[in-house]
Design a protein around this ligand. Structure first.
Ligand SMILES: NC(=O)c1ccc[n+]([C@@H]2O[C@H](COP(=O)([O-])OP(=O)(O)OC[C@H]3O[C@@H](n4cnc5c(N)ncnc54)[C@H](O)[C@@H]3O)[C@@H](O)[C@H]2O)c1
Length: 327
């Protein structure tokens, strides 16, 4: 099949492109490189430098022959979205509406969307399942939920077929080491821990140490990016072979605390990994982990690489063998 991947130069998108190409799909990437990494652009994909905010750029890529769209292009920093909601509204909402409208205008009806755990907000029970109330705590989560609602309407009114995949915390790097460009200015815990371990930052801040958790620090569900990638291909197959749409969690069901992450990273890297304990951040739940029962039942998906050891080892491999300055 021929698949358009928006944001295919980004962290998750580049891993999914790799898997699509290995499965012998043809891939067109549309990316404006705002956070994309040049060395992660797959040479076997057609790369179009462009923006989902530009209807002209969308016309260039939504040529006849595109069978499905995988949509990763977005801004994703929850904290920043509370300070600059207007840029999140523009990029995530306007950009996605442009993309969907261009798809429909060109008869493209299959859409795999990067949604997020942020659509749930603070969990009312754990593990979070797909029936959990949808009450985003930050503007970023609101943009993802609004897009899911739009998908529902476009599904009903225009026959759009969609899979909204609600990722929990994406982590790790390609298990075979074929994607080596690191995220620039990461905000998530694991890459920040890696930056401290490899000497790129002096220390990290641990937000909150008085939560009601195993050691007082926040607990999250980390999902390896290769496992996420596999789920995308399964979701596309599902849309081809079944009449219903999907809104599903991609998570492991297990949570690790910040201190457990730091301890495991110390063991793997042999580095001390300094940190400061600081106040909680508003809106951060103490614990967040989820079931992926629908993904298991409908896609036969099961995470293979999402234990903390494998995740951190795959990251340390990239952070210790940094080749980004050679490219
Ligand atoms: N990383 C996570 O833990 C996580 C969790 C839940 C959901 N998500 C979602 O997954 C998707 C991918 O996340 P990621 O971690 O790979 O982020 P990323 O920032 O690495 O990738 C986003 C890519 O989209 C591109 N992009 C952004 N705006 C664009 C635009 N207007 N036009 C064209 N290209 C544009 C960027 O250049 C980048 O290559 C995002 O939609 C994000 O919200 C990520």
């Amino acid at each position: 099949m021929k698949i358009l991947v928006t944001g295919g130069a980004g962290y998750i998108g580049s891993h999914v492109v790799k898997e699509l190409i290995e499965a012998e799909h043809e891939v067109v990437i549309l990316d404006n490189m705002s956070t994309g990494v040049k060395m992660n652009i797959n040479p076997k994909a057609e790369f179009v430098f462009g923006d989902i905010l530009s209807t002209n750029d969308l016309k260039r890529v939504l040529k006849p022959g595109i069978d499905a769209v995988f949509h990763f292009a977005a801004f994703k920093a929850a904290g920043e979205s509370m300070l600059r909601p207007e840029i999140y509204a523009h990029n995530n909402l306007t950009g996605t509406i442009n993309l969907l409208n261009a798809m429909l205008a060109n008869g493209v009806k299959k859409f795999v969307f990067s949604s997020s755990a942020a659509v749930y907000g603070n969990p009312e029970y754990l593990p979070v399942d797909e029936s959990h109330p949808l009450q985003p705590e930050n503007f970023y989560g609101f943009t993802k939920l609004e897009i899911e609602r739009l998908l529902q309407w476009y599904g009903q009114l225009k026959g759009l077929r969609f899979a909204a995949l609600r990722y929990f915390n994406a982590a790790g790097y390609d298990i075979d080491g074929r994607i080596r460009g690191k995220e620039i200015n990461p905000a998530n815990l694991l890459p920040v821990v890696m930056e401290v371990a490899s000497g790129q930052r002096p220390k990290l801040l641990v937000y909150g140490s008085d939560y009601d958790t195993i050691d007082g620090t926040g607990v999250r569900d980390y999902i390896h990016v290769n496992d996420l990638a596999t789920a995308h291909l399964l979701a596309l197959d599902y849309l081809i072979n079944n009449p219903d749409n999907l809104r599903i969690n991609l998570a492991t069901g297990a949570g690790y605390s910040v201190m457990q992450v730091i301890e495991k990273a110390r063991e793997i890297t042999g580095q001390s990994i300094e940190y400061d304990l600081v106040d909680r951040r508003p809106g951060d739940p103490s614990e967040l982990y989820a079931t992926s029962l629908i993904a298991a039942e409908k896609l036969y998906w099961k995470p293979r690489y999402s234990d903390l050891n494998t995740i951190l080892k795959s990251m340390w491999e990239i952070y210790t063998n940094d080749i980004s300055d050679q490219i």
